[in-house]
Design a protein around this ligand. Structure first.
Ligand code: HEC
Ligand code: HEC
Length: 299
């Protein structure tokens, strides 16, 4: 037996290992691309780019810096591009899951709920990691984060620890078997991904959602437009058909011909990119929302 012959099985073995490795890599790459594509769809519905891009000042995509004015002060969104220094380039899957599901930063500090992790927490691991794959496929932007400009005492970040204990319940949304598959898909999009709840529900003095008035709308305040009640109350969407809601999510036009403005116009940019089936599912779920009790006392 020559050395060559002796080596043949080894070479064959090595060759097939190499082949397997190569095909694994190809599969992983294809999975990665499919994952990023699914992630792009979800990220659009979730408005990640909308909040994390300072469009008003021609800021770079996902590089943060958009100002969000609240009663607690002004927040500036951070850079979530894959930049290793200023973005999330060095984050692990676990870091990313923890941020979206638990509102906890890699250094263990807690995020403010102006980052709607309070809703994103309901997303599946797969959906969150697909969003991460999409973000990592975007250009890295070396743009430094701008610190928030918050009032006392809200700039004390650890106050978010008791806040979360009081108001934050994490956990992936579960299927409600008493409803259709479509309703459940709608619930998932409304409550977790597209976080409709966060704007259409009034908040208490420390910024937590008032659960019993879920989707009941928020009256106008100086400088802020009212957020309408979107329950099935007669004065809200009671007379809207499911298709009226679905079509508003596509073109921003209400049944009486008004065009939605302000924050809802930005939301419609996202929902317009969804499939007809997903918009219909959202509408089915919204149409099922029970009316909320009227506000007690003086507003
Ligand atoms: C309504 C605006 C808004 C939307 C929508 C939003 N974010 Fe954010 N996000 C924020 C703000 C504000 C912060 C900063 C929170 C803080 O400092 O506590 C933040 C923080 C983060 C962080 C932490 C970054 C860091 O450097 O620690 C990540 C990661 C993140 N967002 C990812 C996402 C993803 C992914 C999406 C879409 C699924 C998304 N965000 C949608 C406003 C938003
Ligand atoms: C960033 C805050 C915000 C989010 C998130 C949001 N909305 Fe809105 N929505 C508004 C505001 C503000 C208006 C009022 C727009 C106007 O005054 O033109 C509105 C209007 C609407 C209307 C029209 C109601 C009417 O009576 O005219 C519907 C329906 C609606 N939203 C559904 C949704 C759904 C479904 C989602 C989730 C996919 C959602 N909204 C997410 C802020 C938001």
């Amino acid at each position: 037996m020559t050395i060559r012959e002796m080596c043949r099985p080894v070479l064959l073995l090595l060759g097939s290992v190499a082949c397997l490795a190569a095909s694994d890599a190809a599969v992983a790459q294809a999975d990665g691309a499919a994952s990023a594509e699914r992630g792009a769809y979800l990220a659009t519905a979730a408005g990640c780019g909308m909040c994390h891009t300072d469009t008003a000042h021609h800021g770079a995509w996902l590089a943060g810096g958009r100002a969000i004015v609240t009663p607690f002060g002004t927040f500036y969104t951070p850079n979530i591009s894959p930049d290793p220094r200023y973005g999330i380039g060095t984050w692990s899957d676990r870091d990313f899951l923890r941020a979206l599901r638990s509102g906890v930063a890699p250094d263990g500090s807690n995020y403010y709920p102006v980052f709607p992790y309070t809703s994103f927490a309901g997303m599946s691991d797969r959906d969150i990691l697909d969003i991460r794959a999409y973000l990592l496929a975007q250009p890295a932007m070396p743009v430094m984060n701008r610190p928030h400009d918050l009032k006392f005492p809200y700039y004390i970040r650890w106050l978010m620890t008791p806040w979360k204990i009081l108001y934050f319940r994490q956990g992936v949304l579960t299927i409600d078997p008493s409803h259709s598959e479509e309703w459940n898909r709608g619930a998932y999009l409304v409550r977790a991904v597209a976080h409709c709840t966060e704007c259409h529900t009034p908040r208490n003095e420390v910024g937590a959602l008032i659960k019993k008035r879920r989707y009941g709308g928020v009256p106008a305040t100086p400088g802020e437009r009212a957020v309408p009640d979107i329950t099935s109350d007669a004065a809200a969407l009671g007379s809207w058909r499911i298709d009226d809601i679905a079509s508003l999510l596509k073109d921003g036009i209400t049944p009486n011909g008004d065009v939605v403005r302000g924050p809802m116009a930005e939301i419609v940019n996202g929902t317009a990119a969804l499939s007809d089936a997903d918009r219909h599912a959202i509408a089915v779920y919204i149409k099922s929302l029970p009316p909320v009790p009227p506000v007690q006392g003086t507003p």
